[in-house]
Design a protein. Structure first.
Length: 194
């Protein structure tokens, strides 16, 4: 399965279903999973220049709070996914587990940083590309670790969103390292957008 590092915000059992992590009990991990799904959906919306539906602005927080308190996870998951893009719904239907669903969405992530795009386009060879991707992913990794040092940051709406977006960017970039072989295919394989 493709590279995935979720910083103990989400974890999966041997069957690939959401379970408690080192940092969170099972209910909180399930809520974190649904929030992660919503952030992948938001990333895809951004990539297409589409607005985030009102559901994610108004109703999602209440559903996540309910799951944290023990509400039915499967029912909540259906509600969240029903408000996602058709592409996300299709990936969920075609996945055999929660983990496979996240991994499949990760394959379609684009990293939208103009400096990064310029660096990749001017790279001289595949090793240079790998260095640029590794350095950039290291910066993202540092940002996530710094923000997760204080668990209260997850209570701040803006910081929580940044943390999850950084997790998605980190996973997408790390998965891209395996794909980049030469300068000729670097930009399309890394799926950079400006």
């Amino acid at each position: 399965m493709a590279f995935m590092y979720l910083f103990d915000l989400v974890d999966f059992n041997e069957d690939g279903e959401v379970c408690a992590s080192k940092l969170f009990d099972e209910n909180h991990t399930k809520a974190n999973y649904l929030y992660l799904v919503s952030k992948y959906n938001q990333k895809f919306l951004d990539m297409q220049g589409l607005k985030v539906p009102e559901f994610f602005k108004n109703e999602l927080a209440g559903i996540l709070a309910g799951v944290e308190m023990g509400d039915d996870f499967e029912k909540a998951k259906k509600i969240v996914i029903s408000n996602c893009l058709p592409k996300v719904k299709m990936m969920e239907r075609e996945s055999d587990s929660d983990k496979e669903f996240i991994a499949s969405m990760n394959e379609f992530v684009s990293y939208d940083d103009k400096k990064f795009k310029k660096d990749i386009e001017t790279a001289t060879n595949g090793k240079h590309n790998e260095y640029i991707i590794t350095a950039t992913s290291g910066q993202i990794l540092d940002s996530v670790f710094k923000n997760l040092q204080n668990p209260e940051n997850l209570n701040d709406k803006i910081l929580k969103s940044k943390i999850y977006k950084d997790v998605i960017s980190y996973n997408g970039l790390m998965a891209s390292i395996e794909k980049v072989g030469t300068k000729d295919n670097a930009v399309s394989d890394v799926k950079v957008i400006a």
